[in-house]
Design a protein around this ligand. Structure first.
Ligand code: AHR
Length: 323
């Protein structure tokens, strides 16, 4: 009988231990809550309206999904991102996600995450790596196709113009995948149209203040341009400020094409100051959380997830609203 009692006690203890696996005790009461998935997320900075929208979207989605988010903002420095990712590894995050500020220089930290058995999701921007297996999944948009769509709009808009059609480009941060992809896409779309000439290309680091500064430089060095292609809305809006100060009418004297289609970009499109906006959606938080759960639970998932890229054109430019 004594043996039987001991056996029952042993079974109860086992049931408690195994029953509690995956649960934690609230510090202030007796009830149990399920252990939450921990996601370490390194955001590259806060250079643009788009970036803020992405951060907010991820915070909201994590809260909705019950994911415990460790959020770090790297303030535009790659070494801050590396430090944040290392700290997520040390804290034992279930999954790490980050928006790589530039394409290169990630292999060592990804190897560290791999050794620790932590899956890594690349968000928004792409990386250059010797070994594609070092990351688990990518979610973001197709920057190259955004550049192509910008070029296609220019070709249609100037269909009956002999040229030369002079294009100025305010590009994003050097060595970042959106700057590389959008520049390459634009050149690909214009390659068969020798009447287009990209006469100047200067980086504005995706920032409104720099867009304005760079536009001043362009007006000094190449005053006679027909089209401005800005790699994001913030830089386009900064450039518009500079143009207006010089008495140049944006959207009329100079055709303006930009990427993102965030609220202030769409307002400028409505006012006719921007002629064409190529969408780059920052609303990827929910998809990211689904990816996190699928990875953690060993469910199937797509290794590459791309967001939709729509094209918004101001009505005076004689095309459909969306393609
Ligand atoms: O990586 C996406 C780009 O980065 C967005 O187009 C831009 O606004 C942001 O800063």
């Amino acid at each position: 009988m004594k043996k039987f009692k001991m056996c029952i006690i042993f079974i109860c203890i086992c049931a408690m231990i195994f029953g509690l696996a995956g649960c934690v005790q609230r510090p202030d009461d007796d009830s149990e809550i399920p252990e939450r998935t921990v996601l370490g997320f390194s955001q590259l900075g806060y250079e643009s309206e788009w970036r803020t929208a992405l951060s907010n979207d991820i915070r909201r989605a994590a809260a909705r999904a019950g994911v415990q988010l460790m959020f770090d903002n790297a303030r535009q420095q790659q070494f801050n991102q590396l430090r944040a990712i290392r700290s997520f590894i040390l804290k034992g995050a279930d999954v790490i996600a980050f928006t790589p500020i530039v394409e290169d220089g990630w292999d060592n930290i990804l190897e560290e995450a791999r050794m620790a058995g932590i899956p890594v999701i690349i968000v928004d921007r792409k990386i250059e790596t010797e070994n594609e297996e070092l990351f688990t999944a990518f979610i973001g948009s197709d920057f190259h196709s955004q550049g192509v769509k910008a070029g296609e709009f220019m070709v249609e808009r100037f269909a009956y113009v002999e040229g030369p059609i002079r294009v100025a480009e305010i590009s994003g941060m050097p060595n970042s995948s959106p700057a590389i992809g959008r520049a390459a896409g634009l050149r690909e779309a214009l390659a068969e149209h020798p009447n287009f000439d990209i006469v100047i290309s200067v980086s504005g680091d995706f920032m409104r203040s720099k867009g304005r500064e760079v536009m001043e430089t362009i007006l000094r060095e190449m005053p006679d341009i027909d089209i401005l292609f800005a790699h994001n809305d913030d830089m386009a809006l900064g450039a518009i400020e500079a143009l207006e100060e010089h008495g140049i009418i944006p959207g009329e004297d100079i055709i303006i094409v930009s990427v993102d289609a965030q609220r202030s970009g769409l307002e400028a499109l409505q006012q006719g100051k921007i002629n064409c906006l190529i969408e780059c959606s920052p609303h990827i938080g929910d998809k990211l959380m689904t990816l996190v759960f699928n990875i953690v639970n060993g469910e199937p998932f797509d290794r590459y997830t791309y967001t939709e890229t729509r094209v918004f054109i101001h009505m005076d430019n004689e095309q459909d609203d969306e393609t």
